[in-house]
Design a protein around this ligand. Structure first.
Ligand code: NAD
Length: 485
């Protein structure tokens, strides 16, 4: 299979926060991979912009180190030298006057060249940067800005941020990144649903018993303790990543695969979500396993009530999904790094094989990681004599096996999303009203447990979360799918 690279015209890309962790680990190595794939045409420029007063040569050295450390590209040193030669660097202060004139000089004075500004800085600077770009005349007709997460802390702050950005940019120029949407398998969700006749007729409350969405991490909060303790799993994971997955799995078919057609349908899902009652949410906090720190040690807050785990049951009140539970679960320091969406179908209405054959259900599992792929659980006869006994077997497909090297070489989420920005395709970016609707749903849940003073339940590091999370689904006569490595 030949991998197809869609050409783009030369562009100017400025990375604010170009010396930061995200730029070093994801953005610059991703751009290098795109360069190696021939997707950064001659004449494109990437300009790092950050507070450090360093020279271009020093910046190129830090990028060289970052690419050696983090890039997956199978690309030779000569290509790396060529890529580094595209890089510029300007020291700017988002809140001051220094550097802006120099940055303007570094950009080409051409109305037709795409000019993208990636805000890879702390969220408190997003508004300042937007304003500086306008006041210093750095925009052109092809301008676009890329805004990192977190996009607000609650509905009020998200609204304020949207309003601040809207003072300087049109919605069509604002790209809010949720890197989950850039994952190959997440886009495959849409391909599977809307590219096949097989699934869509069954994709509703009549045939689906329930849906599970799991995003499990083995890592703890790491160096992000002070941020995370003010955020928690609900804000850090559910409000954005899990809700985006929920939207893609539950939305109506858009008329076309176009940005607003897709985003309109996602928004309808969020708006149709019922409020969740407190009994349907379990929050957890990891304890020490003797070797690794507990959550409270990690965030250096011995009295922290912030959750590092959430499990919840929610419902979407519309014709398609009435009374179909969606179970969501995410947490840190769990037994495995695994993300999966499982669509569990209802039992056949009548078993011709009698009770002895057991209860069997079809299940479609879409794995985001590890081993990206899909498994369809089907029921067949258990081999051998002794009557008709049924057994569930997987029709298993990993994208790597099915698609070969193309699947392995597929761009990672950041690479893909950056190139979508350059192409001006907003399909995989969150629109302002989507983000606000998501906060409008999560805010009352968070306010509820804060008002009640709820404590998260402790859970062992390396486990599957607190026992109450199992009870949440077991009491409905269902089980979580195992978190597999
Ligand atoms: P970082 O602290 O490592 O880097 C911050 C960058 O901002 C540095 O380059 C710094 O020089 C620059 N900066 C700070 N103040 C500035 C100012 N006044 N003017 C100009 N530049 C200034 O942060 P990071 O981890 O790279 O995160 C950047 C953004 O990406 C944040 O919004 C974060 O929430 C988001 N994000 C990061 C990750 C990650 O894995 N690091 C993942 C998802 C989202």
């Amino acid at each position: 299979m030949v991998s197809r690279v869609i050409p783009v015209d030369p562009f100017d890309l400025v990375i604010f926060g170009g010396t930061g962790d995200l730029a070093r680990r994801k953005i610059l190595p991703g751009l290098f991979r795109r360069y190696c794939s021939g997707q950064m045409p001659t004449g494109s420029r990437v300009i790092g912009a950050a507070r450090s007063e360093i020279t271009v040569e020093e910046y190129r050295e830090t990028v060289r180190e970052a690419i050696h450390e983090f890039s997956k590209a199978k690309c030779d040193e000569a290509a790396l030298e060529e890529f580094l030669a595209l890089l510029g660097y300007v020291a700017v202060d988002a809140r001051g006057e220094s550097g802006w004139g120099e940055l303007k000089e570094a950009l080409r004075d051409d109305d037709d060249i795409v000019r993208a500004f990636y805000f890879s800085v702390g969220p408190s600077l997003f508004g300042d940067l937007a304003e500086q770009l306008r006041t210093h005349g750095l925009t052109n007709p092809e301008v676009r800005i890329v805004v990192e997460k977190p996009f607000g802390h609650d509905l009020e702050s998200a609204r304020a941020l949207n309003a601040e950005l809207a003072r300087h940019f049109q919605e069509t120029q604002i790209y809010r990144i949720d890197h989950y949407l850039g994952k190959e398998t997440v886009q495959n969700l849409m391909a599977v649903r809307f590219g096949n006749m097989l699934f869509e007729p069954l994709w509703n409350a009549q045939y689906v018993d329930h849906i599970q969405i799991t995003v499990a991490e083995t890592v703890g909060v790491g160096g992000r303790g002070s941020y995370y303790d003010k955020s928690g799993a609900m804000r850090d994971m559910v409000q954005n990543h899990l809700m985006q997955l929920l939207c893609l799995i539950a939305m109506e078919p858009p008329a076309r695969f176009e940005p607003d057609a897709v985003r309109d349908e996602k928004l309808k899902v969020i708006r149709a979500l019922d409020p969740v009652d407190p009994e349907s949410i379990v929050r957890g906090q990891y304890t020490s396993d003797g070797e690794l720190n507990s959550y409270r040690e990690d965030v250096e807050n011995p009295a922290s009530k912030t959750e590092s785990f959430v499990a919840m049951k929610c419902y979407i009140s519309n014709w398609r999904w009435a009374n179909t539970p969606f179970y969501l679960r995410t947490g840190k320091r769990l037994s495995a790094q695994a993300s999966e969406i499982a669509v569990v179908f209802k039992d056949a209405p009548h078993s011709i094989f009698g009770m002895d054959a057991g209860r069997h259900r079809n299940m479609l599992s879409i794995r985001l990681q590890p081993n990206e792929g899909m498994t369809l659980g089907v029921t067949i006869k258990e081999p051998g004599p002794g009557g008709m006994r049924l057994v569930d077997v997987p029709l298993d497909m990993s994208f790597a096996d099915a698609l070969g090297p193309d699947a392995e070489d597929a761009p990672d989420a950041y690479e893909r999303l950056i190139m979508d920005v350059i192409r001006g395709n907003q399909t995989l970016f969150m629109r302002g009203d989507e983000v606000e609707a998501a906060w409008a749903w999560t805010d009352p849940l968070i306010e509820g447990w804060e008002r009640r003073g709820d404590h998260p339940k402790p859970y062992d590091a390396g486990s599957t979360g607190p026992d109450d999370a199992a009870f949440l689904i077991n009491k409905d006569g269902r089980r979580w799918r195992g978190i597999k490595t």
